[in-house]
Design a protein around this ligand. Structure first.
Ligand SMILES: Cc1cc2nc3c(=O)[nH]c(=O)nc-3n(C[C@H](O)[C@H](O)[C@H](O)COP(=O)(O)OP(=O)(O)OC[C@H]3O[C@@H](n4cnc5c(N)ncnc54)[C@H](O)[C@@H]3O)c2cc1C
Length: 562
């Protein structure tokens, strides 16, 4: 039987990030991944067998959050082959009336475009971006530390961030107004700032990437999704999102870490209230001296992988709380990938190839986006008039398809469980091949209203239903953030207050991944934060000393404005 210091369940980008930090600290680490490839929702694969030269990002494509943290620099991922290509323009949203919203990385250039529709909205756009930019600056120190580690959080504040924090909450009224903003919805904020639908609709679509309708109260924070595209900017790894995973894999292996694929963990082994290893589907066991770390969410860990008696002995309420208190709505994604012989042409919008560099949003109005999210919540498929998020990655990075050819990535929000279809289709969700292709046809038809050549230039397509996505990722109801990103499940509430700091009531059992703070997306933050907690548990004095040193350095730099 093989013994390691730490075993990580799942080789998603957070599991790999966590592994890299532990390996750098001298620990012997094993990652066990159920699929044949590592990466989880961060892979680039050739999924159309007859077209192996076309490479597709199966899930994540646009990276913003990772640039708000130190993972790429600290792990020196560029040395392991990672190269980020920045998008500019960042967003194109064509309207059915022939007008369009085009956002550049430059706020000024974006405002100039908006001014052709409304001078007021152009002026307010700059204010809007400034508000969210300061909010992001004030909050990133919290994202980049375990939520209950005050010293660690303090150490992340430099002069600029303290200034931005004070500008948001520096007096009683400012603080109250900030809280008021956070308690409202993205839609409320968009109506407060803007008059024109042509500006509001794409911003609503991006805000709703949090996985909720723009009208969802308490999630105004979604409105920051556009601001991040201006700064730090939106980028994609050259070669696709899988290149981030490839760089992490190279780093992990170069440090002596082991990654075993096609190893579905079935059981976490508990001995006297302590996690001591895992058993995989084949029956093979692996032992961990210092910790088992899960890259999959707490619900799956405690309800599927641990003997209920062991969970109950550690916390008699935990299973019921995980089962009933965690919110996981019915919304997930139907994913469409196209192989094409030429790029999309937006002929009704004075086509320019630059439209195809960033994200292309089909969001005709705020109401259009609202329906795209409220329908899936009740099991309906919003395909009568589909809203969607499209990317043509090969415009920025032609290496992902044969010369002159292109790929198209389409994300369409859809229900996991289809209404009135319970018990049929894959895993009883109602999703069949026939249904997913019918929906994909409708989505492509809508895109063809804007770019008619999508039909003539497509040579092959792959469609993955929500049920298939759920199977591939293993996440509950195909949730792309493991658990919903709603306010009551964020920061020290994620996934539940008692297990929100990456530790669990079972000794040596840790949680990381999208289901932990600060949540889903490509960031590596949950992986890095969890590694800090693990190291703190192993070397409390050393880690506290390092964190305190970092805080002192940050305060010093703040005072002297370096
Ligand atoms: C279609 C789609 C599009 C997205 N687009 C974007 C985007 O553009 N930008 C962005 O920032 N984010 C995007 N996201 C979200 C982002 O991809 C995820 O939130 C993020 O990748 C989660 O990473 P993770 O490492 O925490 O978890 P995961 O990637 O889910 O990794 C968990 C790993 O555990 C493995 N596993 C599961 N169960 C077991 C088991 N029992 N034994 C062993 N291994 C197991 C899984 O196979 C997986 O490899 C998207 C997600 C989806 C689904």
């Amino acid at each position: 039987m093989s013994t390691y210091d730490a075993i990580i369940i799942g080789a998603g980008h957070n599991g790999l990030t966590c592994a890299a930090y532990l390996l750098k600290a001298g620990y012997k680490v094993l990652l066990l991944e159920k699929r044949s490839v590592p990466g989880g929702a961060a892979t680039t694969e050739a999924i159309i067998p007859e077209l192996p030269e076309f490479k597709f990002n199966r899930c994540a494509i646009d990276h913003e959050f990772i640039h708000l943290g130190p993972v790429v620099e600290e792990l020196e991922l560029t040395k392991y082959g990672l190269e980020y290509l920045y998008c500019d323009p960042v967003v194109f949203c064509p309207n059915p009336d022939g007008r369009y919203f085009l956002a550049h990385q430059s706020v000024e250039k974006t405002c100039a475009g908006i001014a052709q529709y409304s001078d007021r909205d152009a002026r307010k756009y700059a204010e809007f971006v400034d508000l969210w930019q300061r909010t992001i600056n004030a909050m990133t120190p919290i994202f980049n530390a375990p939520p209950k580690s005050i010293i660690d959080i303090a150490g992340n504040y430099d002069f600029k961030k303290v200034k931005d924090l004070l500008s948001m909450v520096g007096s009683t009224n400012k603080a109250l107004d900030f809280v008021r903003t956070m308690l409202s919805s993205a839609e409320d904020i968009l109506h407060e700032y803007f008059d024109t639908e042509i500006v509001k609709a794409p911003l609503a679509r991006l805000a709703a990437e949090m996985g909720v309708p723009p009208s969802q109260k308490n999630l105004a924070i979604g409105a920051m999704m556009m601001a991040m595209r201006h700064h730090p900017g939106m980028a994609r790894p050259k070669g696709g999102t899988g290149a981030l995973t490839a760089a992490l894999v190279k780093l992990v292996q170069s440090l002596g870490g082991e990654i075993l694929t096609e190893q579905m963990v079935k059981q976490i082994l508990i001995d006297d209230g302590r996690a001591v290893g895992v058993r995989v589907a084949s029956g093979q066991e692996y032992r961990a001296k210092h910790g088992v770390i899960s890259n999959i969410d707490a619900r799956r860990v405690f309800l599927q992988l641990i003997d209920p008696n062991d969970v109950d002995s550690a916390d008699e309420h935990l299973r019921e709380r995980l089962d009933r208190r965690i919110v996981n709505n019915n919304e997930t994604i139907l994913k469409i990938d196209l192989a094409m012989t030429e790029p999309l042409k937006f002929i009704h919008h004075d086509h320019k190839d630059e439209y195809l560099i960033g994200s292309i949003l089909i969001a005709d109005s705020v109401k259009h986006v609202e329906i795209a999210h409220t329908d899936p919540a009740i099991g309906r498929i919003p395909d009568a008039d589909p809203s969607m998020y499209i990317v043509q990655p090969t415009m920025l990075d032609p290496s992902m398809a044969p010369d002159g050819c292109h790929t198209v990535w389409i994300e369409f929000f859809a229900p996991y469980q289809v209404e009135n279809a319970e018990g049929t289709g894959l895993n009883g969700t109602g999703w069949t091949d026939e249904l997913k292709n019918k929906v994909a046809d409708r989505v492509v038809n809508k895109l063809a209203d804007y770019a008619p050549n999508v039909k003539t230039a497509t040579i092959a397509r792959a469609v993955e239903s929500p049920a298939e996505l759920g199977e591939r990722l293993g996440s509950y109801k195909g949730n792309y953030y493991h658990i919903d990103m709603t306010l009551e499940q964020m920061v020290f509430f994620r996934p539940l207050p008692e297990i929100a700091n990456y530790k669990t009531p079972i000794d040596n059992l840790y949680l990381t991944g999208a289901g932990t703070h600060p949540g889903g997306s490509i960031s590596g933050m949950p992986g890095r934060n969890c590694a800090r907690v693990f190291l703190h548990a192993r070397q409390p004095f050393l880690q506290t000393f390092r964190d305190a040193g970092k805080s002192a350095k940050s305060v010093f730099e703040g005072i002297f404005n370096k």
